[in-house]
Design a protein around this ligand. Structure first.
Ligand SMILES: NC(=O)c1ccc[n+]([C@@H]2O[C@H](COP(=O)([O-])OP(=O)(O)OC[C@H]3O[C@@H](n4cnc5c(N)ncnc54)[C@H](O)[C@@H]3O)[C@@H](O)[C@H]2O)c1
Length: 120
């Protein structure tokens, strides 16, 4: 069974993408990784939370160690990356959290994927 990681799956866009994949592709296992910040809400997904091809993982993409361990453990086949700081007003009041999540977090995911897919 293919393993698909979707980050930010408790958010606005991610919850729709998670639901679509869980319902349309029972042959894939969908892992929803989300830190559940102020923007994440698992109540968006109560209708599919008990599906056998769905797993929620609470985690922060900013943690390089956690991402490396997660990819090593699950050996994901594909990643859809939707975890983000997305609220424009907050980018003015707290720009560093945008740099951490949107830039460092994205690089952590790319490096973790590279390490399991290419072994370096
Ligand atoms: N909403 C739109 O209309 C729209 C349009 C085009 C593109 N996008 C893009 O789609 C992506 C998602 O947008 P959205 O509107 O769903 O955002 P959102 O703020 O609703 O959801 C973001 C999700 O990411 C999670 N998250 C935040 N930081 C995290 C971290 N460090 N680790 C793990 N999870 C974390 C949050 O808990 C939340 O569930 C963004 O890149 C956004 O720019 C959104």
């Amino acid at each position: 069974m293919k393993k698909i990681l979707i980050t930010g799956g408790a958010g606005f866009i991610g919850s729709h993408v998670v639901r679509l994949f869980v319902q349309q592709y029972p042959q894939y296992h969908i892992y929803n990784l989300d830190a559940l910040t102020y923007a994440g809400n698992l109540e968006n997904l109560t209708d599919i939370e008990n599906e056998p091809n769905y797993t929620f993982i609470k985690g922060d993409i900013v943690s390089e160690e956690a991402m490396n361990k997660l990819f090593a453990k699950h050996q994901f086949d594909s990643v859809i990356h939707l975890a983000a700081e997305s609220h424009v007003d907050r980018s003015i009041s707290d720009p560093l959290s945008f740099i951490r999540t949107n830039i460092l977090g994205t690089v952590n995911l790319l490096n973790a994927a590279k390490s399991i897919w290419h072994g370096n």
